[in-house]
Write a protein that binds this ligand. Sequence first.
Ligand SMILES: [Ca+2]
Ligand SMILES: [Ca+2]
Length: 371
Amino acid sequence: MNYYDKLQNGSFETPKVSDAGTLTYKNAHFIQVANGTNDLYWKTTAKGAYFGSGTQRDYYIEIADGSRSYYGNTVNDPKPVYNISSAAQGNQFAELNCEEPGALYQDVLTEPGTVLHWGLEHAGRWGTDTMAVIISDTKSMSSDWNPAGSGFDQSNPDVQAVLSDKTGKWTYHYGDYTVPAGQYVTRFYFVAVAAANGNLSNGNLLDNISFGKDLPNPPAKTGNLIITKQVEGIAASQIPDESFTFQIKQGEEVIEEVKLPQNGQWSASLQAVEPGEYTVTEIAQEQNNYRLEHTFYLVGQESQAEGMTARIDITKEQTATVTYTNQYQPLMVVPTGVENRVLPTILIETIGITGGAVFLFLRRKRKETDS
Ligand SMILES: [Ca+2]
Ligand SMILES: [Ca+2]
């Protein structure tokens, strides 16, 4: 088995439905592919019958064609069968309940302490369907564990989200996950919990899934914004969590407030934001024994500007970035005693050097210099 550091085939574009082996129901084309199929990457916990076969049971994943392309003389139409007019991204999407409620999963190589981002688009099939996101260690998992359907336990601490969405449109969801100590392989489950029509072989459409260090691709017609904070002249480790507040405004309306650092992380993201013009304002906090000299911001690749408020255009299907840098000067107190008598006016300044080292410079006033 190959391992990757992010989820593969999150858009279910492979294997291609239009290739050999396509199944059809009311002119909607789909495939049911078994665990281990080339280019699939996904596995399922659900053992069920293959569509139409009646008895042949195996671990199948159902992938539908949402492209409205032609098969012979007949247009493929996902609408009458899946109640959705297209995939959320690309041409294909998956149905979590293939012939049984299941969990689709993948294992991803992870580094303890890092923050991973997940995102997905979900739709109900015959009404409101419910699914869950479970993220866990792989060590404690037995291979035949099926957390889906009646096996779902909401009190499981590995449950990250329970998502109920209507039929007919894709809804985007996202979240962050910090990899616990000692966890080098992380299993990511998308679990079918309930289906609107009660039929366990129907429901929970999924597309555009991502899980990894990179921010997910923004869903159609929306954008992302990443805010990063950095400091110079003071060690980042000296700065308490939530020292800096960022206000994100659209016009006069504050749409979000973000505090950094958060759990030791110096970046935060807003996802699936409506495109348009926004401002981000940093409310900087003074640090004990340091003087804030300058605040700079950098929007995308533009040149750095001094100030606290940045104007940012968020455009669809793009990720906008803004980085704020504060420069600090340590304030040093000269101990009373010998030094003060010998050097009554001594000005001690420090400057920060890249890499976090701090060098001290002593500068006497002219009248105190040796004569
Ligand atoms: Ca897709
Ligand atoms: Ca199905």
